[in-house]
Design a protein around this ligand. Structure first.
Ligand SMILES: NC(=O)c1ccc[n+]([C@@H]2O[C@H](COP(=O)([O-])OP(=O)(O)OC[C@H]3O[C@@H](n4cnc5c(N)ncnc54)[C@H](O)[C@@H]3O)[C@@H](O)[C@H]2O)c1
Length: 419
């Protein structure tokens, strides 16, 4: 085979995978349907947070190339699918990109290929959806080619855990498929964990993200009544997490965001409902609580202004940090958006600042980041800390802001209202 790996889908997941494999000495080609993505990468421009342009240039020097031509699949030993799995308007999983990528593989499939699906999806996708498309040409999974699922656990912006030192779960269609996937990932990931099969590997990913979603909902619900009871929940969590076993700290905030946590549990609840006919109640409750947080934050902003004798209508609100997590530029599903939209609908004058975002799309409109943070802080009626990026100097913010609504529990004092 002329190349070790073709990565299909060169986004937040596919590109770091291509980088790690390239770094380990594998010959890697990236395949994407977007000409803009392919041209940008081949010109050394990265479009994801975890890779700089210098990283991209280094990958190109090491032999990585990107293409839109699926023919590269034919002479690769391994093909990994990292394309998006969004939700349909009805809330079910949209497998369009996964099936598109699978059809591209099917038309170039050769005996001996290892095909791995990494896109997050509902249990059974690899076996019930991907396998029949691959086998349509006559080659059989487990006999002629290897097929496996391996969930992506990437945590964008995490300085400690990257692709190499985060254990990789693999589950094959057969034991031999798991062996092949384990050998492949073992070339550039420190620890490979074998799951019993593709369904277990698919479900492991959904368990991880559902666990996170539910625990965030737990503290978000507690944040509401702790406020009423005048109990500082952040102090409660700091005390509880001193227990060295049986407790993991989760923190409240203005809602959940990103491509995974608000979306992935839906794959599971969709499948439980569609196949078994009953709801996955934990997920539904967590969705309800987390989805209600932006409106709750708006109400608390209104209350904070009211305490000062001000109405929300006509007030200047400065939002700090509009991405879904700290220290990255990704705004997907960020709760900042519904908060800003509701504030504007109620007549507030909304401005924003974010060290990672220059232009912020709000429905049909775009807002531009304030150019002078100090001036914006001083002229706001209320400053709202939505995302505690490490670039923020909280003391400086507190010194200039007339009043701060802190949704992250990072500040305290007479000027501060905590979530
Ligand atoms: N972003 C994360 O932090 C994260 C973490 C874990 C798992 N995941 C999962 O990984 C998968 C990919 O997510 P992402 O964040 O990398 O998406 P992304 O949108 O950043 O990138 C996906 C890329 O795939 C390309 N693409 C779409 N359809 C294609 C096709 N048919 N053939 C070839 N290329 C195609 C797009 O042009 C895009 O460049 C999703 O299933 C997601 O749920 C994402």
């Amino acid at each position: 085979m002329a190349r070790d790996l073709v990565v299909i889908g060169l986004g937040y997941v596919g590109l770091p995978l291509a980088q790690e494999a390239t770094r380990a000495g594998l010959t890697v080609t990236g395949l994407d349907v977007s000409n803009a993505v392919v041209d940008g990468l081949n010109a050394g421009r990265s479009h994801v947070d975890d890779l700089s342009d210098a990283d991209m240039a280094h990958m190109l020097e090491q032999g990585f190339t990107a293409t839109t031509d699926a023919a590269v699949i034919a002479d690769a030993s391994t093909v990994v699918i990292c394309v998006p799995t969004p939700l349909t308007p009805e809330g079910g999983p949209d497998l369009g990109a996964v099936l598109g990528a699978t059809r591209a593989i099917a038309s170039h499939l050769r005996p001996g290929h290892l095909v791995v699906l990494e896109s997050t999806t509902y249990p059974g996708t690899t076996d019930d959806e991907v396998r029949p498309v691959l086998e349509a040409g006559g080659l059989v999974a487990g006999r002629d080619f290897h097929l496996a699922f391996s969930p992506e656990r990437i945590d964008p912006g995490n300085p400690t855990y990257g692709m190499k030192n985060t254990p990789k779960v693999v589950g094959g269609h057969t034991e031999a498929c798991t062996d092949a996937a384990q050998t492949f990932y073992g070339r550039f990931v420190d620890t490979v964990v074998r799951a019993r099969g593709t369904r277990e590997a698919e479900m492991a990913k959904l368990l991880e993200n559902t666990y996170r979603h539910i625990n965030i909902a737990l503290v978000n619900e507690m944040a509401r009544f702790c406020h009423e009871l005048d109990i500082d929940l952040w102090d409660v969590i700091a005390a509880a997490k001193s227990k060295p076993f049986g407790f993991q700290a989760f923190y409240p905030g203005p809602g959940v965001g990103g491509h995974c946590i608000p979306i992935d549990p839906n794959y599971l609840s969709y499948q439980v409902q569609a196949k078994l006919g009953y709801p996955f109640r934990f997920v539904e409750l967590a969705q309800e609580i987390n989805a209600g947080m932006p409106s709750y934050v708006v109400r608390r902003i209104q209350d904070a202004l009211n305490d000062e004798g001000k109405a929300l209508r006509g007030s200047r609100i400065l939002l700090l940090g509009v991405t879904y997590k700290p220290d990255i530029a990704d705004q997907r599903e960020s709760p900042a958006k519904p908060i800003a939209i509701e504030l504007r609908d109620k007549g507030a004058h909304v401005e924003f600042h974010d060290p990672h975002v220059t232009t912020w799309r709000l429905g049909a409109e775009s807002l531009t980041c304030v150019d002078n943070l100090d001036v914006a802080l001083e002229s706001a009626d209320l400053v709202v800390l939505l995302q505690n990026h490490s670039a923020y100097d909280v003391d400086r913010i507190l010194a200039s802001a007339p009043r701060l609504f802190d949704t992250r529990g990072t500040t305290s004092g007479p000027k501060v209202v905590r979530l």
